[in-house]
Design a protein around this ligand. Sequence first.
Ligand SMILES: Nc1ncnc2c1ncn2[C@@H]1O[C@H](COP(=O)(O)OP(=O)(O)OP(=O)(O)O)[C@@H](O)[C@H]1O
Ligand SMILES: [Mg+2]
Length: 310
Amino acid sequence: MKVISVINYKGGVGKTTLSANIAAELAYQGKDVLVIDLDPQTNLTLSFIDVNEWQRLDSQGRTIKHWYDDFLDNDNDSSLRSLIITPQRINNQLNSYNAGGKVDLICSHLELINVDMELATRLGGNSDRTIRSNFLRVLSRLKQRIDDIKNDYDVILIDCPPNFNIVTQNAIIASDYYLVPAKPDYLSTLGIDQLLRHINELTNRYNRFVDEAARSEWVNITPTVLGVIFTMVTFYDQQPISAQREYIAQVRRTGTNTFTNYVRDNKTLFADAPEYGVPVVLKGDLGGTHLTVRTELEDVIAELIALAGF
Ligand SMILES: Nc1ncnc2c1ncn2[C@@H]1O[C@H](COP(=O)(O)OP(=O)(O)OP(=O)(O)O)[C@@H](O)[C@H]1O
Ligand SMILES: [Mg+2]
């Protein structure tokens, strides 16, 4: 069982679209997948369920924001299990293909942004010991509760917001692996080096505190980058256009693994009203360019499966 975060500081690079498609494809191939939406924008949540269902879950206190509230208000260490739902549209589609797996979801909430600010106030302290224990408590809580449900799934995917706030850091600490979707353009590739460096710094700090605390409830972590996946790639003559090739080459030169397969730019297929649709990999009966796009996406996910070993 593996936990994988999908992360990039840069917004709009295809994190959520890729998360939904990876989840759908893995379930199609027989895996039980849980997707956790940690982005206050709730894009992934609202691509799997409609807004009325989300409002019902909100009123029942069944979003990740409520779980954080329980921690912040009551210092409660509650399970994530009661938050898990099985969204119908995607699972009906999977069943119609006789797929062996399923996609479950933990929903996000617009007010998760306030949670982030409040978590930040729980850090710090006036002695090394307090700083260390506050840091470990705030940063490890999500990991510990994810660890409890790990055996229920083959894969847990976390769709991260475009920042490195504490909720995002929670995701990294909970993860075995992470994936970095990026558009092959200046701004999207610029931050990758910095992102990897920040993740390494976070990991080192966390592990140092774990070692110093020397208590069995906290264990060392090794979140490992699986690679950069280039999205929204424009092809000419069966290869990315030259401007994009340059950015791809630039990231390759840094030594970070980059996926050899790309996600092609296709507004019609990907921007197709996600609130009514299903992820592209589950769209049957495609022809022409649309079939090419889906096949390439499947190739990206096959590469991921080979890298992650599941
Ligand atoms: N391969 C693609 N081709 C064309 N459009 C795409 C592709 N992938 C995603 N999109 C579109 O680009 C927009 C941004 O995608 P998405 O929401 O997945 O990015 P994101 O990185 O999760 O954004 P954010 O940082 O805001 O969470 C969406 O409108 C989506 O439909
Ligand atoms: Mg997103």
